[in-house]
Write a protein that binds this ligand. Structure first.
Ligand code: FMN
Length: 315
């Protein structure tokens, strides 16, 4: 064997400097999850990762996603175009970034980082009532606001007023009582955190309304003139009812398996539709006869339905 200086093309075959940033190194959501597990305190990671009770719904959600199939059509040429409109606003993808409470507990950059990512991707972002950045200061091209209704409706109204600049109001309806999060209990996680980031809202001794009713949706419809979304609908009857009460869209959701365990994965609670149902979908109500005619009539205090009808997937 003769010794010689390596040729340039041989050097190119040597392994490159390893990427140290775990986010840049990640290729999949599972990679990101593994990185978060390593870096975040255990209680914080498990708050983010966990579901309620036996986590049966959490696991069923994952297997429901695994069962999703794409049926491609071939030989159609051209570029794929994912651009669409969501609640009348252009979006580069049929996706909305969901609200998460205590975002700064997960990462010190918190909501501003998520808002930057949403703006860069050209999609809406929903700021949570339990957010750690105030709606008035958050910069995002298409910011929506997620509302938890409080036992003190006057305080709820003040909150809605603070969100007036947002592109949509998203009422979460699947949290009349907090989910029973066993992992948080084991970790003795107290929310709001005793040491750590506070929410932008000083809610004092107030609690989420346990008596939330359709009449509250009617009240919201009168109070908020922009697009109104109901998040946490889990069946066709309630979807139709939400439309009857003036909702512009619903989010079919079981809160990621964090609330009522054994509730069904979102789209399995929908009947087969000629239009494919899309996960985390937004729906718009389209005038049609059918299920609406058989749904229970709105209460006398409810506003006249803008359009009663079936809900079809638009995303
Ligand atoms: C850490 C964490 C915090 C969340 N906080 C909120 C919240 O403050 N408000 C809310 O409506 N949903 C909250 N959610 C639920 C999500 O918005 C969303 O519903 C869930 O991740 C499942 O997605 P899906 O609704 O698209 O199925 C939270 C979820 C996680 C993982």
């Amino acid at each position: 064997m003769t010794r010689r200086v390596p040729r340039l093309w041989e050097l190119r075959l040597l392994p490159r400097r390893p990427e140290l940033d775990p986010v840049k190194r990640a290729h999949t959501v599972s990679d990101l999850r593994a990185a978060a597990r390593k870096r975040a305190p255990k209680a914080v990671f498990e708050y983010l990762d966990g579901g309620s009770d036996g986590e049966i719904t959490l696991h069923r959600n994952r297997s429901a996603y695994d069962r999703v199939e794409f049926h491609p059509r071939v030989l159609v040429g051209g570029e794929a175009d994912t651009a669409t409109a969501i609640l009348g606003q252009p979006a580069s993808l049929p996706l909305v970034l969901a609200p998460t409470g205590y975002t700064r507990m997960m990462h010190p950059d918190g909501e501003p980082a998520v808002a930057r990512a949403a703006t860069a991707a050209g999609i809406p972002y929903v700021l949570s009532t339990m957010g750690t950045t105030a709606p008035e200061v958050l910069r995002c091209d298409n910011l929506w606001f997620q509302l938890y209704v409080w036992d003190d409706r006057g305080f709820t109204k003040e909150l809605i007023d603070r969100a007036r600049g947002c592109g949509a109001l998203v009422l979460t309806v699947d949290t009349p009582v907090p989910g029973n999060r066993i992992r948080d209990a084991h970790n003795r996680l107290s929310l709001p955190p005793r040491h750590g980031p506070a929410t932008f809202l000083d809610f004092g001794s107030r609690n989420f309304a346990r008596d939330l009713k359709w009449s509250d949706l009617a009240w919201l419809r009168e109070t908020w003139s922009g697009p109104l979304v109901v998040k946490g609908i889990q069946g066709v009857a309630d979807a139709v009812r939400a439309a009857d009460f003036g909702a512009d869209a619903i989010v079919l959701s079981n809160h990621g398996g964090r609330q009522l365990d054994r509730s069904p994965p979102p789209w399995t609670s929908c009947p087969p539709s000629p239009t494919p149902w899309v996960p985390a979908s937004t729906f718009s109500s389209t005038a049609a006869s059918g299920p609406a005619a058989t749904s229970p009539p709105p209460s006398p205090s409810a506003p006249k339905p803008a359009s009663s009808g079936v809900l079809t997937c638009t995303a």
